[in-house]
Design a binder for this molecule. Structure first.
Ligand code: GLP
Length: 244
């Protein structure tokens, strides 16, 4: 595991975008794993700039998003499909048919999850996965629990996550309580993983993760410590509780 500490959010975003750029320059038809949330927004902004100013093309790229809320369709401003269209897909030359987001409207989300994992495999697997981290240590929507699902499936959101994510909704009551998320196994199969953490509200969890590295399903992100190619990029605030 490699840890990169950056001065601030802007620098963190540029570093992450540089790693994505390197991946795409080396393999035009890369398969990217993409995350939502506030953290990757700066990375996406920088990728859009690289597309506009430096000829970085996404036309042969496929992407798989980590998760989606149950019950929100692509026209709902709080759906992750909408978020991705507005903040990245519409602004670059990726083909819509090559952008995959779990279907929060599926009649059978469990079946849809299994199908999602098959589609990832049919596309050759994820080359580079971008991840954020929840303040409770979740990755995607894999919440702290006694056991974690390997495959993409239906999950119930933790109270802490509903509270954290309420900032994007008009009312906390509007936050869906369930989601379909890529499982820990689906994430761990990615060939490379970048985990981004920014801001003081991530300092506790990054401290827990890095101060005494061990794995526990109570901190789903700790499973990443088993992965052979993970880079954690933190800004100074997120890194501030790691023992020096
Ligand atoms: C959500 C997403 C996660 C994301 C996390 C952190 O719950 N499902 O994939 O990593 O929030 O979000 P933020 O970057 O806004 O702190």
């Amino acid at each position: 595991m490699k840890v990169i500490i950056k001065e601030n959010y802007d620098e963190l975003s540029k570093e992450a975008a540089k790693m994505v750029e390197k991946q795409l320059r080396g393999k035009k038809n890369s398969v990217l794993g993409l995350a939502t949330g506030a953290t990757p927004l700066g990375t996406y902004k920088e990728l859009v700039r690289l597309f506009k100013d430096e000829d970085l093309s996404f036309k042969d790229v496929s992407s798989f998003n980590l998760d989606e809320y149950i019950g929100l369709d692509e026209n709902n401003e709080n759906s992750y499909r909408y978020f991705m269209s507005e903040n990245l897909f519409k602004l670059i030359d990726i083909k819509k048919e090559n952008t995959y987001v779990p279907n929060g409207m599926a009649n059978n989300p469990i079946e849809a999850g299994m199908e999602y994992d098959r589609t990832i495999l049919e596309n050759g697997g994820i080359d580079l996965q971008i991840l954020g981290i929840g303040s409770n240590g979740h990755i995607a929507f894999n919440e702290p629990a006694k056991s974690l699902s390997l495959g993409t499936t239906l999950v119930r959101l933790a109270k802490a996550t509903i509270q954290d994510n309420a900032r994007f909704f008009d009312n906390i009551k509007d936050v869906p309580t369930e989601a379909i998320t890529m499982g820990i196994g689906s994430i761990m199969r990615a060939r490379k993983i970048i985990l981004l953490a920014s801001g003081k509200n991530k300092a506790d969890i990054i401290g827990k993760l890095l101060n005494s590295p061990s794995i526990t399903t109570n901190i789903p992100a700790s499973l990443l410590l088993l992965h052979p190619n993970v880079t954690i990029i933190c800004d100074k605030d997120a890194y501030s509780r790691v023992n020096k």
